[in-house]
Design a protein around this ligand. Structure first.
Ligand SMILES: Nc1ncnc2c1ncn2[C@@H]1O[C@H](COP(=O)(O)OP(=O)(O)OP(=O)(O)O)[C@@H](O)[C@H]1O
Ligand SMILES: [Mg+2]
Length: 351
């Protein structure tokens, strides 16, 4: 039995088996027939972003492949639609790359706090059971996989990051302090910001909420400015690299994004800090806070000075988009392959 963690985010799908991590954009596209698959001049490396899958008789490009090659692309920031149309394809596209032939797998995945109760059974039901998935590589070669999902556990997303800090790779308790303390977790993602409190490993309903203060809000403002200046409507998921580089070239003209990005990120950090202050107003006894999520890493420098309390340092070298999914896998290891018990947040959250 293999244990996988899969974090199906609005921005990126992340997955790990404990040895290998996968990240691809949560963009789906219709597969098109590519008549000329070879690179014009071989760059040497295999195309890491090539991802084409066939599921339930439909063929899709996934991630950057969809972004580059599909004429019809699907991308959503609506939770119900995300679960109904996207979650299964992203999860299976990730799982198919990680598992070999016919090994049964157990999965841990998550949902934003605000949608946890409503969608957790639906999500588990979609994923459990036997799935036929065909992976098609860059040369057109097909590889059929039968993915047999035995067990699925859905946890509130930010708990992944807590498990990641608390458990070691074997699913055993590595940091006992986190079990005894009251920890606030701030998970800034692409669409959502998720806040939660773990009080001696107990989930606090009062201290938990999902808001739409994700990075997409900042990207929207930047995209609007760019549209005003260039006349081109840029899809949000095409902005990551540009914002990271501080500039974008549109129809041959370069636009500097540094000053604008700093200003907009600082505003977003202020809204997040205000949401934290309001949400945790009665929880002045929090021992420490964790900032996590890919958005957490880009906002950290603006956000840290605005938060009132101790912040647990995380390694800036690590890709924070992966914190939840690494924790999911460790939790799976803990549940199904040993370790001694942190409380299961699911039972608390459903009370
Ligand atoms: N190496 C990177 N490449 C792309 N984006 C990055 C990178 N590092 C950090 N980011 C930031 O991470 C954000 C996405 O974070 P994350 O993957 O945690 O979101 P998500 O889980 O997909 O979204 P949500 O939680 O709302 O569903 C991006 O908006 C970007 O600003
Ligand atoms: Mg997320």
């Amino acid at each position: 039995m293999e244990i996988l963690g899969i974090d199906i985010g609005f921005g990126f799908t992340k997955a790990t088996d404990g040895k290998r991590d996968l990240v691809f954009k949560s963009v789906l596209g219709e597969a098109t027939d590519i008549q000329f698959r070879e690179e014009m001049i071989a760059a040497g490396d295999v195309d890491e972003n090539h991802l084409q899958v066939e599921i339930d008789g439909k063929s899709y490009f996934v991630g950057e492949m969809a972004e580059r090659q599909s004429n019809v692309r699907f991308f959503t920031l609506d939770q119900a639609q995300f679960i109904a149309k996207f979650a299964k394809v992203f999860a299976l596209a990730a799982a198919a790359q990680l598992v070999k032939g016919f090994v049964p797998i157990n999965l841990v995945t998550g949902l934003p706090i605000g949608y946890y109760r409503e969608f957790k059974d639906e999500l588990a039901k979609l994923l459990i059971g036997e799935h036929k998935v065909t992976l098609i590589d860059a040369s057109g070669k097909r590889e059929e996989k039968s993915i047999s999902v035995n067990k699925v556990r859905v946890v509130p997303q930010p708990f992944g990051s807590l498990f990641n800090l608390m458990l070691n790779d074997l699913g055993e308790m590595a940091d006992k302090r986190l079990v005894k303390d009251k920890i606030g977790i701030i998970d800034v993602g692409f669409r959502t910001s998720d806040y939660t409190i773990s009080d001696k490993m107990r989930y606090s309903e009062r201290g938990s909420r999902t808001t739409d203060s994700g990075i997409a809000r900042a990207f929207n403002v930047i995209a609007t400015k760019l549209r005003e200046n260039s006349g081109v409507n840029i899809e949000l998921y095409r902005l990551y690299e540009a914002i990271d580089n501080g500039k974008i070239k549109i129809r041959g003209k370069e636009y500097d994004l540094k000053a604008l990005t700093e200003q907009i990120f600082s505003q977003l950090a202020t809204s997040i800090a205000n949401e934290v202050d309001r949400l945790w107003v009665d929880d002045w006894d929090i021992d420490a806070m964790i900032i996590t999520g890919g958005g957490g890493s880009v906002l950290a420098k603006h956000l840290k000075p605005l938060l009132n309390g101790v912040i647990i340092e995380t390694d800036p070298e690590h890709d924070m988009r992966l914190y939840n999914v690494r924790g999911y896998r460790k939790f799976g290891q803990h549940l199904w392959a040993r370790g001694n018990a942190p409380q299961d947040p699911e039972t608390k959250a459903t009370k």
